[in-house]
Design a protein around this ligand. Structure first.
Ligand SMILES: Nc1ncnc2c1ncn2[C@@H]1O[C@H](COP(=O)(O)OP(=O)(O)OP(=O)(O)O)[C@@H](O)[C@H]1O
Ligand SMILES: Cc1ncsc1CCO
Length: 147
C-alpha cells in the first residue's frame, strides 16, 4: 500500500470524486481521499486487465459522510486510518475495496461518537481510540452512499 500526504487543491466534492476515480483507474488500485467527506473508488476491477467503457461507467465508488471536525484538527488521524485500512485489507485480501470502505466507515463513526463527547482535541484523541475499539467490536459504521 502507498500513502501520499497530498492535500487537495480543490475542496469541491465533484472535483474530488473525479480525481479519485481517475487516479484509481490509472494506478489500478483502491484510492481514498479523506476529509469532511471520504471518497473511495475501486480501480482494481477484480484484476481485469483490459477495461471497456462499460467497466469504467460502472466503476465501484462510494462516499462516506459523518465523522467530526476534530478528526481533522489532530495530527496523524490520516496516517492512523491508513493502518486501519491495511489491517482490514490484510484480513480480507479478496475484497480490497469493501475492506477499505468498511475501515473508513468504522473510523468515521468512531470519530463522530468521540467528537460528540470530547471537549477539545486532547480529550478527543483518547476518546477516539476508545470509540474505535468499541465500534470495531460491535460493528458500528457510518453510512456509506454509492456514487
Ligand atoms: N472536517 C471533518 N469532518 C469529518 N471528518 C473529518 C474531517 N476532517 C477529517 N475527517 C476525518 O478524519 C480522518 C483523517 O482525514 P484527514 O483528511 O484529516 O487526514 P490527513 O490530513 O491525512 O491527516 P494527518 O496528516 O493529520 O494524518 C478521516 O477519517 C476523515 O474522514
Ligand atoms: C508521518 C507523520 N508523522 C507524524 S504526523 C504524520 C502525518 C500523518 O498523516
Amino acid at each position: 500500500m502507498k500513502m501520499k500526504g497530498v492535500d487537495s487543491e480543490s475542496s469541491k466534492l465533484s472535483d474530488i470524486i473525479q480525481v479519485v476515480k481517475e487516479l484509481s483507474i490509472k494506478s489500478r488500485s483502491v484510492v481514498v481521499a479523506t476529509g469532511e467527506v471520504d471518497v473511495i473508488a475501486d480501480g482494481t476491477f477484480g484484476g481485469k486487465i483490459e477495461l471497456t467503457e462499460e467497466d469504467v461507467k460502472h466503476q465501484k465508488a462510494v462516499m462516506i459522510k459523518g465523522g467530526h471536525e476534530l478528526m481533522g484538527r489532530i495530527t496523524t488521524s490520516g496516517c492512523a486510518l491508513g493502518s486501519v485500512i491495511v489491517g482490514s485489507v490484510a484480513a480480507n485480501p479478496e475484497e480490497p475495496f469493501m475492506a477499505t470502505v468498511a475501515a473508513c466507515a468504522l473510523y468515521k463513526k468512531a470519530g463522530e461518537l468521540a467528537g460528540a463527547k470530547a471537549s477539545g482535541p486532547g480529550s478527543f484523541e483518547w476518546m477516539f481510540l476508545d470509540e474505535l475499539d468499541k465500534c470495531s467490536r460491535s460493528g458500528t459504521f457510518a453510512e456509506i452512499s454509492k456514487l
